[in-house]
Design a protein around this ligand. Structure first.
Ligand SMILES: Cc1cc2nc3c(=O)[nH]c(=O)nc-3n(C[C@H](O)[C@H](O)[C@H](O)COP(=O)(O)OP(=O)(O)OC[C@H]3O[C@@H](n4cnc5c(N)ncnc54)[C@H](O)[C@@H]3O)c2cc1C
Length: 303
């Protein structure tokens, strides 16, 4: 029986592991992938993590994983399928084993929805991005296309318009779903052009993205727009399916927890992209991991 089980070895989980080890907790990390690091493994460059500008996502992941390993944190490979949180002993059930602990930190992250269009995978990190906050700075002075019509897409487009030469926004409807104030801000910008009633068909180029082709859903006409970047903002899905009906979630599946990480179940905490929060980034994920361990320590003292 462990003091603490940490689900997920992304930035939040690895930060939690480091803090748990330094707090001398008997902790274990359960991760489904064979490589630790979470979403940043697939990130070409992380340019906004303080003190480490321009580091590749893989290098940052390796540094975090090595740090946790050096402190003696054990990571086991397994896909968490379900939880039993009914008693004081929390059970975490993976595809191979059942693990028991007094407290649990859920740090299973999130995944950006993909469109599945031609060129999307091929140009991932070479012009196709799912995160304007992360990658926008690389497109200063260039033309880009944003796909989506919700709050995130509109916020991304406004953010990009501050530095980019021109921002096209491709949306499949004739009106945006985003909050009215965001819409007004976006539509007032001189360097933004809306591409209404259209779907992205393909992303093409040489080594990097050069063009995006969109199709009008009514007359099926195609338009090829020269752009250096395509930002896809069609949704993020929290990876919380195994915790459904065990901890309280919002309508999108994010685990409801504040900065302390405390959920509605005593002894169960959420950290990183999987919890309700304003900004999903490495810097906030690692802070969450540290906070969740501090909360878990306080909880363990009450037992
Ligand atoms: C393309 C891209 C670029 C990005 N660029 C930046 C950037 O430049 N700067 C920045 O700050 N942020 C960036 N981000 C966001 C950043 O990667 C995330 O905010 C951060 O990784 C969140 O950390 P996390 O630990 O909460 O979750 P994740 O990184 O998602 O890690 C969660 C871990 O949990 C594991 N897991 C999930 N479910 C289970 C399960 N059932 N059983 C076992 N293990 C499980 C996953 O395999 C994963 O390893 C980017 C994201 C993407 C997708």
């Amino acid at each position: 029986m462990y003091d603490l089980i940490i689900i997920g070895a992304g930035p939040a989980g690895l930060s939690a592991a480091i803090y748990a080890s330094r707090a001398r907790l008997n902790a274990i990390v359960i991760e489904q992938n064979y490589v630790n690091g979470g979403q940043i493994i697939d990130t070409y460059e992380i340019d906004n993590y303080p003190g480490l500008p321009g580091l590749s996502g893989m290098d940052l992941a390796m540094k975090m994983a090595e740090h946790a390993e050096k402190l003696g944190v054990t990571t086991v490979n397994g896909f968490v399928q379900s939880l039993d949180l009914t008693g004081p002993v929390k059970k975490v059930i993976t595809d191979e084993d059942t693990y028991e602990a007094k407290a649990v930190i859920i740090a299973s992250g999130a995944t950006h929805s993909k469109l599945g269009v031609e060129g999307e995978n091929q140009y991932g990190g070479m012009g196709v991005s799912y995160c304007a906050t992360c990658d926008g700075a690389f497109y200063r002075g260039k033309d880009v296309l944003v796909v989506g019509g919700g709050d995130v897409a509109v916020e991304d487009a406004i953010f990009l318009a501050r530095g980019c030469n021109k921002v096209y926004v491709c949306h499949r409807r004739d009106e945006l779903r985003a909050a009215k104030i965001l819409q007004e801000n976006l539509l007032s910008l001189p360097n933004v052009e809306m591409v209404w009633n259209s779907n992205l068909k393909s992303i093409t180029g040489g080594m990097k993205v050069e063009k995006a082709t969109v199709v009008n859903k009514f007359d099926k006409s195609e338009r090829t727009i020269p752009v250096s970047g395509v930002f896809i903002a069609v949704g993020i899905t929290p990876r919380s399916e195994f915790a459904r009906n065990h901890v309280a979630m919002d309508e999108k599946g994010y685990i409801i927890a504040d900065e302390t990480g405390a959920t509605n179940v005593p002894g169960v905490f959420a950290a990183g992209d999987v919890r309700t929060k304003q900004l999903r980034q490495v810097v906030t994920a690692v802070a969450d991991g540290a906070n969740a361990v501090t909360s878990a320590e306080k909880y363990l003292l009450t037992l």
